[in-house]
Design a protein around this ligand. Structure first.
Ligand SMILES: [Zn+2]
Ligand SMILES: [Zn+2]
Length: 279
């Protein structure tokens, strides 16, 4: 099996407009046998009503609720077209948003019959003033919302890792497979801000996260996206943490997190070599 467990479509609004057909054709060409379409699920209405971060028509964070039907139709169409060449799995990348758990659960319940797999991710954190900001948008937004955190990067890492831990503890209400997305996304702009490595306390949080993923029967998203970001330069999480996850026998799945066709398959061989290492 050669699987990509984390991919996007034009409906993410912050990637390419290429049709899903081209993604599937490329994945088939690269020899993938399994492909999970995990577009960002619509964000809860009450969250969007208070969200103070950047939003514009071509620069949104997720599909709109009004696009849900089109998304499902699109996935059904490519399954029909390419289903004999590649197994296409139906999914979402779902935001874990502290304080919006009930709405997230309601969304998952409403779509339970459709969902094969989900990637559960943290992209937003509350700042010191109670505003929710995006941690992965660009360095300026990170500065705008988390200026105090940037003075104390370990505290900012701690805040992110705490939210990731909460996402694992969150009850999805579903029995479908869950992968915890890019657990070190907070390092996306690490070169820009010259972030230090994780201190001992944060390393312990990461160990706890890996252990919880294992105990919960979840998987770790081995996410290639950081390697193509100019200010990151490593996978989420990096190879040191991946080796630790291997030692702990945490189930892992490669995810290109492709937002354009050219992203597919990035460093698949290198990351899957780590994933498949025996301790
Ligand atoms: Zn994500
Ligand atoms: Zn993603």
């Amino acid at each position: 099996m050669k699987k990509d467990g984390h991919t996007h479509t034009r409906l993410s609004h912050h990637g390419s407009q290429e049709p899903l057909d081209l993604y599937l054709e490329r994945a088939i060409e690269l020899g993938f046998t399994d492909y999970v379409v995990t577009e960002h699920a619509p964000l809860p209405e009450s969250f969007l009503a208070t969200y103070a971060g950047p939003r514009s028509q071509d620069d949104d964070s997720a599909m709109l609720a009004s696009e849900l039907v089109a998304y499902k139709e699109e996935v059904a169409r490519v399954k029909e077209k390419y289903g004999e060449k590649i197994r296409i799995h139906q999914g979402f990348e779902v935001d874990y948003l502290p304080g919006y758990e009930a709405e997230t659960q309601a969304f998952l319940q409403e779509n339970a019959d459709w969902i094969d797999e989900i990637v559960l991710s943290v992209h937003f954190l509350e700042n010191d003033y109670g505003l929710i900001g995006p941690i992965d948008y660009d360095p300026d937004q990170l500065k705008r919302f988390f200026s105090t955190g940037l003075q104390d990067p370990q505290a900012l890492f701690n805040k992110y890792l705490t939210a990731v831990q909460q996402s694992i503890d969150f009850d999805t209400g579903l029995s479908t497979p869950v992968r915890i997305g890019h657990i070190t996304l907070i390092r996306k702009f690490q070169k820009y801000f010259d972030f230090p490595g994780f201190d001992q306390e944060n390393q312990q949080k990461i160990t706890a996260i890996l252990t919880s993923i294992l105990e919960k029967g979840y998987e770790l998203d081995v996410n290639a996206a950081g390697l193509r970001k100019e200010f990151c330069g490593e996978s989420y999480p990096n190879s040191t943490i991946l080796h630790q996850a291997v030692d702990l026998q945490v189930p892992m799945t490669y995810g290109s997190d492709a937002h354009e066709v050219a992203d597919l398959g990035l460093v698949y061989n290198e990351l899957s070599a780590i994933i498949n290492e025996k301790q």
